[in-house]
Design a protein around this ligand. Structure first.
Ligand code: G3D
Ligand code: MG
Length: 195
């Protein structure tokens, strides 16, 4: 078992309530490839529900569920993603660091996501993967961070790490960060609940 899977497995037992993670990014950024490194081998479900130009993949394990969606940049499907926003606890945003041309689209989509009323008020952590780091000429995480304007995110914990979704390199580091944040938040939620 890879470190990312075992790290996730180690938090399954500690989560008292359901945690929903939204995996999002432009099409072709590497979401499906990356999620295969996270998906437990015995995940209870993995559905691919494609319609023309739109697909949602989900898997669930104990209290942890992942929903993977393409942001096609097409407003036609926006209402379909938005129905998931109210229940999410964390966001994984996958960026193709070789796609300099569409980075501004990825930035616009991120701004729109973070400004959405259901997301804006949440303290959910956001993990960015600067993916395809293996490709010569790929932007560094620092360049991606600057171009995406990540410094603008001041009301959420966020982290960026480079990844190669083909080999899984970098995935563990990102997932470990996210797992720690989810556990911290759960402690916080439990304390608030007990008050
Ligand atoms: P998506 O689910 O976000 O749309 P996919 O993206 O996971 O389908 O990946 C899109 C393409 O990028 C795939 O290539 C996949 O193999 C490739 N890819 C994903 N991550 C990486 C990476 O880190 N490095 C490199 N070099 N390629 C990556 P194909 O050829 O199948 O379309
Ligand atoms: Mg996909």
């Amino acid at each position: 078992m890879g470190a990312a899977k075992s790290r996730l497995k180690s938090i399954f037992g500690f989560l008292n309530h359901e945690v929903k993670i939204l995996v999002i990014g432009l099409d072709n950024s590497g979401k499906t490839t990356l999620i295969n490194h996270i998906k437990p081998s015995k995940a209870s479900s993995f559905e691919v529900a494609p319609t023309v130009g739109y697909s949602v993949e989900t898997f669930t394990k104990h209290n942890l569920s992942f929903t993977v969606m393409d942001m096609s940049g097409s407003s036609r499907y926006r209402s379909l993603w938005e129905q998931y926003y109210s229940t999410i606890s964390a966001i994984i945003y996958v960026i193709d660091s070789t796609d300099k041309i569409r980075l501004c689209v990825a930035r616009d989509e991120l701004e729109e996501l973070l400004e959405h009323s259901e997301v804006k008020s949440k303290g959910c952590p956001v993990l960015f993967f600067a993916n395809k780091m293996d490709v010569p000429g790929a932007m560094t995480p620092l360049e991606v961070m600057t171009e995406m304007g990540l410094q603008m995110i001041t009301n959420k914990a966020w982290h960026i790490t480079s990844s190669n979704a083909l080999t899984g390199a970098g995935v563990d580091e990102g997932i470990s960060w996210l797992a720690d944040k989810l556990l911290e938040r759960q402690d916080y939620d439990d304390r608030s609940y007990r008050k």
